[in-house]
Ligand binder design. Structure first.
Ligand SMILES: *[C@@H]1O[C@H](CO)[C@@H](O)[C@H](O)[C@H]1NC(C)=O
Ligand SMILES: *[C@@H]1O[C@H](CO)[C@@H](O)[C@H](O)[C@H]1NC(C)=O
Ligand SMILES: *[C@@H]1O[C@H](CO)[C@@H](O)[C@H](O)[C@H]1NC(C)=O
Ligand SMILES: *[C@@H]1O[C@H](CO)[C@@H](O)[C@H](O)[C@H]1NC(C)=O
Length: 232
């Protein structure tokens, strides 16, 4: 009897505790949307999913598998910084964004709260532009609002909102720290050229960047062609 009661009590406490710690599960929410599987995997790998779940009032700016390709292959700690810029520490659904006072505001993100930045890298600028479009960008001075709102992916008012945006938002300083000037890519990305490569080809492929995942860098294709034209 006694042990039964204490068992019940601990079960009740367990329920209370588990519901108090997590009102939602971002991994599960995004798991219903196959187009966000890469973004979701990155949230898990960087353990940002746990940080997101531990919050009560949050907005996640999600990028679909196609749009996130531009940050593939970057070191995981940098991806963590970039993605933590996509976690806004307040609840914003589409409706709330369309009613921004003075049509623009600054949002704080998980990156700002991480203490990893002393300036505005962790802040976002969201603005209403061109007849009702909603644009996001880094709040760092001189940044362009490069990402546009697509639509709502999921919402549990007023705890969590997941909004799709068109492109990753990369604060300038994170990117510069990441990308050493031109050719000097990370060693893994540029394996030693096999000796079999004909000299002419080696010459024309000077910007050793074209190799990985051609299908995912389709946007770069014209540049590649013009380079080849230049060298031939
Ligand atoms: C939102 O979070 C609060 C505080 O954690 C919680 O009490 C409430 O049940 C949550 N609402 C939803 C819809 O999950
Ligand atoms: C969140 O959902 C994922 C996928 O359904 C599951 O693997 C994970 O254990 C859940 N996390 C928590 C804290 O419940
Ligand atoms: C998933 O992505 C594809 C290609 O970008 C798009 O055509 C499709 O509509 C998307 N599906 C959903 C449910 O958003
Ligand atoms: C956000 O960026 C736009 C465009 O650069 C700028 O006009 C606006 O003043 C910025 N908003 C805030 C609150 O700084």
């Amino acid at each position: 009897m006694n042990s039964k009661a204490s068992c019940l009590l601990s079960f009740a406490l367990f329920l209370l505790f588990s519901s108090a710690t997590s009102a939602f599960n971002i991994t599960k929410l995004l798991g219903r949307h196959p187009n966000f599987s890469s973004f979701n995997d990155y949230l898990t790998q960087t353990q940002l999913s746990q940080q997101i779940n531990s919050r009560n009032t949050i907005t996640v700016l999600a990028i679909d598998n196609k749009a996130i390709a531009s940050i593939y292959g970057k070191p995981l700690d940098m991806i963590k910084k970039i993605l933590s810029v996509h976690v806004v520490l307040d609840y914003f659904d589409v409706q709330k964004l369309t009613m921004l006072p003075r049509k623009t505001t600054i949002l704080s993100t998980l990156f700002q709260s991480s203490g990893a930045t002393a300036n505005q890298e962790g802040l976002l600028n969201v603005s209403l532009v061109n007849e009702g479009e909603i644009a996001f960008g880094s709040a760092v001075k001189g940044s362009i609002l490069t990402a546009k709102l697509v639509s709502s992916v999921a919402a549990q008012p007023y705890n969590i909102s997941v909004l799709q945006i068109t492109a990753p938002i990369v604060p300038p300083s994170i990117d510069q720290a990441a990308l050493p000037p031109k050719a000097a890519k990370s060693p893994a990305a540029v394996p030693k050229k096999s000796p079999a490569t004909p000299p002419t080809q080696a010459l024309s492929s000077t910007p050793a960047v074209e190799a990985p995942m051609p299908s995912q860098v389709a946007a770069d294709a014209p540049v590649v062609h013009s380079r080849q034209g230049l060298y031939r």
